[in-house]
Design a protein around this ligand. Structure first.
Ligand SMILES: Cc1ncc(COP(=O)(O)O)c(C=O)c1O
Length: 375
């Protein structure tokens, strides 16, 4: 099975163009544009001499720290080599037979389900509804199977046992209200299922997190990543909170020493740098608003969806050859994400990370030129 394509291919592209990675502006992966926090940088540097030792087998000190921060028992937490590693083992570890994915979204949920030989069904948000998460439609599907004790639904399909919600969702940037979450949880529980809430981008709207409910709400799992907000995609570290027995099953499928010493050191320091967190959120709230307004003024841009994360979803005209536009910008050292290969996105659409103002301005100019040419 081939890997779904992702943003962030800076190394490959820089190599193919014979330019340094530093000269590629990556709008295709959504990483905190403020870069490394000074405290995290110091922690990484100080831990380099420890690289001659194996790391702790299950990143225990970090696990203890995360348990204290989130007020979750340690047994309810597992740390992985990026949240992508955890996603890849969840369906297999939990014996998932049918996953319902709220789309369009991160394609690794589908891949993990396929690898576990589980069914994958999507319930997609639509552009007509502004990509609002289709919570009512999901609840209707789950309610229909609620109470079924048999192995099959009435239409002969295997009942949904696992729901995947990315929150805020990538690539649409949307969040759900607390009321919608409660409604969704009621349906998930009635259907005898569980839900995996992927909070990879939650730090930009932290009050929306449901992580604190792990262990309190039955069937709730929450995934977190250090990658996006703390700008350490190259270190690979993320974690999952959920019921202790199922977390133990997930842990048993991970290789030993999955999390390296530099990543643990960075993560242990990350949450302590409150000033960096405050500045990052403040910066994003301002720059996302400005960038969105500028994008909306580009001729031929159809729609720029509101976002609670550090990226924007931009709809282009139906006739726009997005792959050519992406290629043309790439030649200029500007990487953007063509959303064509997200299941459920059927109109020309791109996702743009919000970067620093000067970088965003450079993209705005190139995009304006590019769209004029193809219109
Ligand atoms: C929604 C979402 N979840 C999880 C991941 C995986 O992140 P990581 O493995 O770097 O923690 C990504 C990466 O792009 C993502 O977009």
């Amino acid at each position: 099975m081939s890997l779904p394509s992702h943003g962030g291919n800076v190394h490959k592209i820089a190599r193919s163009q014979g330019r340094s990675v530093k000269r590629v502006l990556d709008f295709s992966a959504s990483i905190n544009p403020l870069g490394l926090s000074p405290a995290v940088r110091r922690a990484i540097q100080q831990s380099i001499p420890l690289a001659i030792h194996y790391p702790e087998i299950d990143a225990q000190p970090l696990q203890q720290q995360l348990a204290e921060i989130h007020k979750i028992p340690e047994a309810c937490l597992v740390i992985g080599n990026g949240s992508a590693e955890l996603i890849s083992v969840i369906p297999r570890a939990l014996g998932t037979r049918h996953g319902l994915v709220i789309g369009p979204t991160f394609m690794e949920f589908e891949r993990a389900l396929t690898l576990a030989e589980a069914h994958c069904t999507y319930v997609h948000a639509t552009p007509d509804a502004g990509y609002a998460p289709p919570i009512e439609a999901v609840c209707t599907t789950l309610d229909r199977q609620a109470g079924t004790k048999r192995n099959k639904n009435s239409d002969n399909t295997v009942p949904v046992d696992t729901v995947f919600l990315c929150h805020p969702n990538s690539p649409t940037g949307q969040v759900i209200s607390r009321k919608q979450f409660d409604r969704l949880m009621t349906s998930v529980q009635k259907a005898g299922a569980r839900i995996i809430v992927d909070e990879a981008f939650i730090d930009y709207c932290a009050s929306r997190s449901v992580l604190k409910n792990v262990g309190k709400i039955e069937g709730l799992f929450v995934l977190r990543s250090f990658t996006k907000f703390f700008a350490i995609p190259g270190l690979r570290i993320g974690y999952l909170g959920g019921p202790a027995s199922e977390i133990s099953a997930i842990r048993s499928l991970l290789p030993p020493w999955s999390v390296n010493i530099l990543a643990s050191a960075a993560a242990e320091t990350a949450f302590q740098d409150k000033e960096y967190q405050r500045q990052s959120v403040m910066f994003m709230n301002l720059e996302r608003k400005r960038f969105r307004a500028c994008l909306q003024h580009i001729p031929h841009v159809q729609r720029v969806y509101p976002s609670s994360a550090n990226f924007l979803l931009v709809q282009l005209p139906v006739h726009c050859p997005v792959s050519l536009l992406v290629h043309e910008l790439c030649e200029q050292g500007l990487l953007i994400r063509d959303c064509e290969n997200f299941a459920g996105i059927n109109v020309p659409t791109i996702r743009l990370a919000v970067r620093r103002p000067k970088e965003n301005d450079r993209l705005l100019k190139a995009l304006t030129r590019g769209l004029l040419k193809w219109s």
